[in-house]
Design a binder for this molecule. Structure first.
Ligand code: AMP
Length: 213
């Protein structure tokens, strides 16, 4: 039971849970958002195009993300993985089914992380992370113990995500409700979905997640 999808609105903590579960199961996690940010950081032509969508909180076009995910899945002979943030709409879900068919894999579980919009807003606007080690913090809920210094690796390379401002957030939530939310029903009908209430602290949520594996 190791090919796992993570669904959830922006700020639901699915990225944190994906990393925790990946460590626990000793499998890699692939975040579509991180993958796109890497492409933007590389400054390629594709990265420049991707940046305009990410900055406004819209989804990047399906053909771009589908190709990136496909390259990842085909090149690496993975024995289990977590896909965090993909698929994000029904079209991507169908493409993923097709890809899995081609590489002889199937989806074993889909976890859906549930958090009300008002909590999401605080989580997202307060969120920052360490560029060096990837640790995630929050101004409201979990600040670093020393201002501007990462607790884990002592780096001062802490930064807010560029797509985390209020206007962009509103659009990201809108996009989530319109495009991604229908996937809950989609995977429920396939009897793959497990919904996790994800308001509590990450360790409590992780215990629930582990117990529902
Ligand atoms: P995330 O880090 O998952 O919150 O994603 C950040 C941004 O990357 C989103 O607001 C989208 O612009 C883009 N993105 C991430 N995953 C996808 C996807 N599966 N399809 C299209 N765009 C995506």
């Amino acid at each position: 039971m190791k090919n796992i999808l993570f669904l959830g609105p922006p700020g639901s903590g699915k990225g944190t849970q994906a990393k925790m579960l990946a460590d626990y199961l000793n499998i890699p996690t692939l975040s579509s958002g991180d993958m796109l940010r890497d492409e933007v950081d590389r400054g390629s032509e594709l990265g420049k195009k991707i940046k305009t969508y990410m900055q406004s909180g819209d989804l990047v076009p399906d053909e771009i993300i589908i190709l990136l995910i496909k390259n990842f899945l085909v090149q690496k002979h993975l024995n289990g993985f977590i896909l965090d943030g993909f698929p994000r709409n029904i079209n991507q879900a169908y493409s993923l089914e097709k890809m899995f068919l081609e590489i002889g894999k199937s989806i074993d579980r889909v976890f859906n992380f549930e958090v009300p919009d008002d909590v999401l807003i605080k989580r997202i606007l307060g969120r920052y992370s360490c560029k060096e080690c990837g640790s995630i913090y929050n101004t409201y809920f979990k600040p670093t113990s020393r201002l501007g210094i990462c607790d884990k690796c002592n780096s001062d390379k802490l930064e807010y995500r560029k797509d985390d401002n209020e206007q962009v957030l509103k659009n990201r939530l809108l996009v989530y409700h319109k495009s991604t939310f229908p996937l809950i029903d989609f995977y429920q009908k396939k009897h793959l979905l497990i919904s996790i209430e994800a308001v509590k602290s990450s360790h409590i949520v992780f215990d629930v997640l582990k117990n529902s594996l």
